[in-house]
Design a protein around this ligand. Structure first.
Ligand code: MG
Length: 165
């Protein structure tokens, strides 16, 4: 077994909750009185997954590829960024074994939206939905997430090199 063929990465992202923005998480437009602020659609879950993949690839972070100073990425669906990062992984001969993630939000309740998020993420990555897991938690009203100032997301991803590449 060639251990350099197995690569793990983690990602973390936070966006501020503001009025007058849509709340997009995992590509789902979640009904809420506030949304996440950012240059793109501010999908913290998609961004954490991008960073987990880039981490596993040893290829830096999302800011290096999709800088928030570039008008090209303004308002863009972060599922497209995720798709592009997965393309980079495959270009280097890696396939995604599985990814796990956690969304940290006091409100709104996300449980009913998780299946649709999972479908969107799996579809952007071009893999089966059972290789993606998404969890949601509150922080018992503690910290910035608990005060509803922002939403955070954590992700880990395991890449395996395709032996034929
Ligand atoms: Mg972000």
């Amino acid at each position: 077994m060639n251990l350099s063929n197995i690569r793990i990465g983690n990602g973390y992202d936070v966006h501020r909750l503001v009025e007058g923005r849509k709340l997009i998480l995992g590509g789902v437009d979640v009904p809420h009185s506030m949304g996440l602020d950012g240059h793109s659609d501010a999908d913290a879950l998609a961004h954490a997954l991008c960073d987990a993949l880039l981490g596993a690839l040893g290829a830096g972070d999302i800011g290096a590829y999709f800088p928030d100073t570039d008008p090209k990425w303004k308002g863009i669906s972060s599922l497209l960024l995720l798709k592009e990062v997965m393309r980079m992984c495959r270009e280097k001969g890696f396939e995604l074994a599985n990814a796990d993630s956690v969304i940290v939000a006091q409100k709104p309740k996300l449980a009913s939206h998780l299946p649709e998020m999972k479908n969107n993420i799996a579809s952007a990555l071009g893999i089966e939905t059972d290789r993606i897991n998404i969890k949601a938690t509150t922080t018992e009203k503690l910290g910035f997430a608990g005060r509803e100032e922002g939403i955070a997301a954590y992700a880990v991803a395991l890449l395996i090199k395709n032996d034929r590449s």
